[in-house]
Design a protein around this ligand. Structure first.
Ligand code: VGL
Ligand code: ZN
Length: 290
């Protein structure tokens, strides 16, 4: 029995099979992954109107992830909370209420707000949403809505704005809170054939959490990097981490990233496929050369 590699280049068929094996291995290693940087904007950083405690500490962590894993990410998407000055989530728009109060907002089937309807036609409530009221934040074209100057950005990065419909909030980078409208995020990820998303940013218990939930629901392999995120409410951190875990979202540390992303499901499938191909090539060549 002559091992196939002795004269493999004299046999076109085996050469072809070897190329298939090699290219599928390359495909496995380069299974497309996107980095989603959620709402790293001045309004959520120290000094901002909705400052998240220690939020500035995540910026070097995110910059490091980008520097250390440049080859890992096919693309990086920044989401940007982008609200009208009179956005429905602002406590200032609800007389008698303060920031962090919760109100019920009711919407019709098209996502129109019923609460303050001025039209004579009755509004049929399709969905009631508990809305936490926030201080005014991330208002369109203000300094608060700008990305932090300290976060590294590249000209090829993509920005996805959310929360610009004045009557409904949008925590997730994919859908508004009622699921009525979607952003372009899913289309962007699809056009780059992304299978895995790694999520960092603010805030862990709101926009990061809801972005991760939607990403998982839509079918992505999802990683949330906890040390590259901070919660609005530290008391809720464990609850959201446990919930993400239960839903198959990988909650990881930035130090575990390389190992964990490369051992994702699609990598494993391709890897085992490569091994099976190698074995088949070996058996086929052995039979031919007996
Ligand atoms: C966020 C509250 C309100 C967030 C945005 O980015 O987590 N939280 N708007
Ligand atoms: Zn907001």
């Amino acid at each position: 029995m002559i091992p196939f590699w002795i004269n493999w280049n004299t046999n076109l068929c085996r050469y072809g099979l070897f190329i298939v094996v090699l290219s599928s291995f390359v495909l496995a290693v380069s299974s497309n992954t996107a980095l989603l940087v959620v709402d790293v904007q001045n309004c959520f950083l120290p000094g901002g109107s909705l400052a998240v405690t220690d939020a500035d500490e995540i910026i070097p962590v995110i910059n490091n992830i980008r520097r250390k894993h440049t080859d890992l990410f096919t693309l990086t998407v920044f989401t940007q909370d982008w609200h009208c000055a009179d956005h429905v989530s602002f406590a200032s728009q609800h007389t008698g209420h303060s920031p962090f109060d919760v109100v019920i907002l009711q919407y019709d089937e098209n996502g129109n707000l019923c609460n303050e309807t001025s039209s004579s036609t009755p509004c049929t409530v399709e969905k009631s949403i508990n809305q936490t009221l926030w201080p005014d934040h991330c208002v369109i074209n203000t300094t608060g809505a700008q990305f932090s100057d300290n976060i590294h950005r590249k000209p090829t990065d993509i920005v996805v704005k959310k929360g610009y419909h004045c009557e409904i909030d949008s925590y997730s980078g994919f859908y508004d809170n009622g699921g009525f409208t979607k952003t372009e995020l899913e289309a962007v990820l699809q056009s780059h054939e992304i299978e895995t998303v790694v999520i960092v940013g603010l805030a862990l218990d709101y926009c990061v959490y809801f972005t991760a939930l939607d990403a998982r629901r839509v079918g992505y392999n999802v990683y949330v990097v906890v040390d590259a995120s901070r919660p609005v409410s530290p008391a809720d951190k464990q609850t959201v981490v446990t919930d993400m875990d239960n839903r198959g979202i990988h909650v990881v540390n930035s130090t575990e990233l390389r190992f964990l992303v490369s051992s994702s499901t699609s990598f494993n499938i391709c890897f085992y496929y490569c091994i099976v191909c190698f074995i088949l090539v070996y058996i086929a060549s052995s039979i031919v050369l007996i």
